[in-house]
Design a protein around this ligand. Structure first.
Ligand SMILES: Cc1ncc(COP(=O)(O)O)c(C=O)c1O
Length: 431
């Protein structure tokens, strides 16, 4: 870490960050602060400075920090059995899978696979889609068929493991690892003609490609700067998948678990009450800060394609994580946090546009997954400025700040954040 950067920090922060960079691989850059403890939407660093946290561990800490119900659930489960392996089952894991199927409104016969992160949820979804692809006419290897394809979106983000990365668009993070998983293609997000053309490439003859096994998309592209896909496009994509026997995989790692004002973004009202996916992936908020991810496979027929040995992970469905997730989901339900996400999100977007800061051009997003578009590309300087003034946000694009507070965020927290954002100087240097 540069000496001048350390000079701006408190002595404990500087001491620990100096050590951090000596022993950690430099994949995350230098952390902004060394954090100590939190309560609700607030967190304190090792020098005792307090911050209002509108990043929430990147849309993870649904209940904020140290929520008493979450702490109780995790402590009680830790005192019983933290981990048992998948040679055994546990009650929390079974209850959690049932609850997720119920919240997703998935039909009878739907099944859950648990992993430990969003990327792993997507790995599982892509593997299931590959098995499904082999069942499509024209794709069967047994008859010399052409391998089925998976279509992903430009600007989409699905994780950094090799499979998930193969479906992740950003060339700067993907291309140096190529060749990756074959037969994954990108189409322009929100362009239904492009998706139509991609399906149409399926066919016999030398130039025809294999059938499409699945289309994978986020309904709001979070990492790309909180870019929502239009309802019309999503409905058309669902229809094209139906017409071509392809699966629709909706990645709800960032949008799911109440963050966008419904349990899952595919349930939102402008999709005519919902576009039903074939596979939904989840992670981030599900266990309120305990690492967990996974997928819900809709219906019995698709779910039956995974058989013993198809997939797995040592920690998958671990009871400690399952207890944390059950406490998270129960609290979201009991405390009405899905509607809080909707109401506080509206308050946040309205307040930002009304605050009169000429740096703010527009605000986009749903519920508590939002981004402010800036008049010039100074997002990093703006992020650092608000941090110095006690607010944590994230420079998600050179000209956009992402705001993803915990679902427990209060009206006063939102007012406080707006009052800090309103004062960001307009003449900050560009990134
Ligand atoms: C939509 C989406 N999918 C997948 C991932 C990967 O999740 P993880 O970092 O837990 O592997 C992310 C992470 O930001 C994400 O936003």
């Amino acid at each position: 870490m540069a000496t001048e950067q350390l000079e701006n920090l408190g002595s404990e922060d500087a001491k620990w960050l100096g050590k951090y960079s000596q022993v950690h691989m430099n994949v995350f850059g230098t952390p902004l602060r060394v954090m100590d403890y939190g309560k609700g939407a607030h967190i304190w660093d090792v020098d005792g400075n307090e911050y209002l946290d509108f990043l929430a561990g990147i849309a993870v800490n649904a209940l904020g920090y140290a929520h008493p119900k979450w702490v109780k659930a995790i402590s009680e489960q830790a005192a019983k059995a933290a981990h048992v392996s998948n040679y055994f089952a546990t009650e929390p894991q079974i209850k959690l899978a049932s609850k997720l199927i119920e919240l997703a409104g998935a039909p009878e016969g739907s099944h859950v696979y648990f992993g430990n992160s969003g990327a792993e949820g997507n790995e599982a979804a892509l593997k299931l889609a590959k098995l499904y692809g082999r069942t499509l006419p024209g794709a069967s290897p047994a008859i010399g068929g052409k391998p089925a394809r998976i279509i992903a979106m430009t600007h989409g983000f699905h994780g950094r493991t090799m499979g998930a990365l193969s479906a992740t668009w950003k060339p700067a993070i993907r291309e140096v690892f190529e060749p990756l998983v074959p037969n994954i293609e990108f189409v322009e997000a929100s362009d239904d003609a492009a998706l139509h053309d991609a399906f149409a490439e399926t066919g016999p003859g030398k130039y025809g490609k294999g059938p499409v096994a699945a289309v994978i998309m986020e309904l709001i592209q979070g990492e790309a700067g909180v870019r929502p896909l239009g309802a019309d496009y999503v409905k058309k994509a669902r229809q094209m998948c139906d017409d071509n026997n392809a699966l629709l995989i909706i990645d709800e790692v960032q949008t799911g678990i109440g963050r966008t004002g419904s349990w899952f973004a595919f349930q939102r009202e402008d999709l005519a009450g919902g576009v039903v996916p074939d596979i939904v992936t989840f992670a981030k908020g599900v266990a309120g800060g305990f690492p967990m991810g996974g997928m819900i496979s809709f219906g019995a027929k698709l779910s039956a394609l995974f058989t013993p040995g198809s997939h797995g992970s040592t920690f998958a469905g671990n009871p400690l994580g399952a207890a944390a997730a059950l406490a998270t989901l129960e609290t979201i339900e009991e405390d009405g946090l899905v509607s809080n996400a909707e109401a506080r999100g509206q308050q946040l977007r309205d307040g930002i546009m009304a605050c009169g800061n000429p740096l703010f051009v527009s605000v986009r997003g749903r519920g508590l997954l939002d981004a402010v578009e800036l008049a010039h590309p100074c997002a990093h300087a703006a992020m650092n400025w608000v941090l110095e003034h006690g607010l944590i946000v994230n420079a998600v694009a050179p000209d956009a700040l992402r705001l993803v507070p915990p679902l427990v965020v209060t009206e006063q927290d939102i007012d406080q954040a707006i009052s800090i954002l309103a004062k960001i100087p307009t003449d900050l240097p560009n990134d």
